[in-house]
Write a protein that binds this ligand. Structure first.
Ligand SMILES: Nc1nc2c(ncn2[C@@H]2O[C@H](COP(=O)(O)OP(=O)(O)OP(=O)(O)O)[C@@H](O)[C@H]2O)c(=O)[nH]1
Ligand SMILES: [Mg+2]
Length: 459
């Protein structure tokens, strides 16, 4: 089928660098004819006679017309990104030159690459597995040290190796159980049920850990929605400014100063926290303030982390408890922050309600802001970021892991309930199927289309 995602017999071409003016643009060709197509328009050495991993200076010509002076990099398959013949032309980055060269290659038999098609070919030719291919996209999109590290780890195959090993062990059991089916009359057990149970327990534990790592993986990749909320005048905007170390939000002694939400990104040790300063929560005195309070509640419900700020000099214990109780939400981590500590003496400070749980700061005088930052960071990271820990950052992987887990639970239930080998075999196959979906051992055209269409052209 000609337009199938997995049709990879022809030679494709695309600009691999961003569109627009720059010093250099790189045009990439991949496919069995890549070298001969490039050679047919190249004035310089005969490219078909050169060895792999060499660079050649010359010009690209369309008939008598010189389009540009270029450098040509040669990668002879399988020693290339796609494992096909790859030619990369470094030309001057003018839109006109790039377009003319690409048009010329198409005239000579190449076709425009679809989004992600180079990486798709790398996957289809066994250079990368699916989760590694997805890591390429994540790596390109990474905008912080932590997200780059996680994507790089996935690209290097940390995730895949772990899953692959588990999968192989399960495949062994599946085949032993299949064997039992062949000998159904004789009532034999080739697959030791206790060993199988141990293996399933072990896999479930690892799969469970990977599932749990998603919260952090997602935080690293996409940032953490962090809402600063509390009563009017508690010092929320002052705190936002102190955390950012700039005068971002308007601060005043008038309660109800902040009416709309203000968002700014704060990077703490490589993780982006999207800080959202909100309108103080109270019975609104006018319509605009009421909308502001509604928006605050909305933002809280969408957040992963809530920094609840109170004025330590003003609030009563009843008010404090009421606030904390009404803002508590099982899905949201809450940090309780006692502000305006500079207005209290040491006795008053130690008599503060919630002293054991609250972080005591002075936003105005920037006291204990670093301690708060540390708490913000560790509330997101918990104890998971230990270096080469594998983190799941991809929702597709998460879903496949969850389905794997469900199938594994069925397998365990099956062993305990002594169900017949054929049902056991079915559940194991399901688990294998979902594990395989992550690395791409199991794929469909739809799945590939879905993943690679999100890439840019030229990747
Ligand atoms: N002494 C002292 N005053 C503070 C501190 N933090 C904030 N303030 C003062 O408290 C008042 C209110 O501060 P804001 O930051 O505007 O408070 P807010 O919670 O954003 O208030 P709304 O936007 O009205 O809900 C201002 O006069 C600040 O200068 C602090 O740590 N110590
Ligand atoms: Mg404010």
């Amino acid at each position: 089928m000609n337009n199938s995602m997995t049709d990879n017999t022809d030679t494709i071409v695309a600009l691999a660098t961003p569109n627009g003016v720059g010093a250099i643009a790189v045009i990439r060709l991949s496919g069995s004819d890549a070298i001969s197509i490039a050679n047919s328009v190249f004035k310089g050495k005969d490219l078909s006679k050169q060895t792999s991993h060499t660079i050649h200076f010359g010009s690209i010509t369309d008939g008598d017309l010189i389009l540009d002076e270029v450098l040509v990099s040669l990668f002879v398959g399988p020693r290339s990104y796609t494992r096909e013949n790859v030619v990369e032309i470094s030309c001057h980055a003018s839109g006109y030159i790039v377009e003319s060269i690409i048009k010329l290659f198409i005239k000579k038999g190449a076709r425009s690459a679809k989004p992600g098609e180079f990486t798709l070919r790398a996957f289809l030719n066994g250079q990368l597995d699916l989760s590694q291919a997805e890591a390429v996209a994540d790596l390109i999109a990474s905008n912080s040290k932590a997200s780059q590290q996680v994507a790089l780890q996935q690209l290097r195959g940390g995730f895949s190796t772990q899953l692959q090993a588990l999968r192989e062990q399960l495949v062994n059991f599946a085949s032993l159980i299949e064997l039992e089916l062949d000998f159904a009359e004789e009532d034999v057990e080739f697959a030791n049920r206790d060993q199988l149970k141990n293996l399933i327990h072990e896999i479930t534990k690892i799969v469970g850990r990977l599932i749990n790592s998603f919260e952090l993986g997602n935080a690293i990749k996409n940032g953490v929605n962090t809402v600063i909320a509390g009563r009017p005048n508690a010092g929320k905007s002052t705190l936002l400014n102190a955390l950012l170390n700039e005068e971002r939000a308007i601060v005043s002694h008038i309660p109800g100063t902040t009416r709309d939400t203000i968002e700014e990104v704060l990077n703490i040790q490589g993780i982006n926290f999207r800080l959202i300063d909100t309108a103080g929560i109270r019975e609104a005195t006018d319509a605009i303030e009421q909308i502001g309070v509604q928006r605050t509640m909305e933002k809280i419900s969408q957040s992963a982390l809530l920094i609840y700020v109170f004025d330590a000099a003003e609030i009563t214990i009843e008010e404090l408890n009421k606030d904390i109780e009404s803002l508590q939400n099982p899905g949201i981590t809450m940090l309780v922050v006692a502000n305006k500590a500079d207005l209290l003496n040491p006795e008053q400070l130690s008599a503060l309600p919630h002293t054991d749980r609250a972080i005591i700061i002075s936003a105005k005088e920037k006291r204990h802001i670093d301690e708060l930052k540390h708490k913000i960071y560790s509330s997101a990271v918990k104890d998971q970021l230990s270096g080469d820990e594998t983190l799941v950052t991809n929702i597709r992987h998460l879903e496949a892991l969850q389905k794997t887990e469900e199938a594994l639970v069925r397998v365990l239930g099956g062993i305990d309930g002594s169900i017949t080998s054929d049902f056991l075999s079915m559940d194991i196959k399901q688990a294998l199927h979902y594990l395989g979906e992550i690395t791409g051992v199991v794929t469909t055209d739809d799945l590939l289309e879905n993943i690679f269409s999100k890439f840019c052209i030229g990747k």
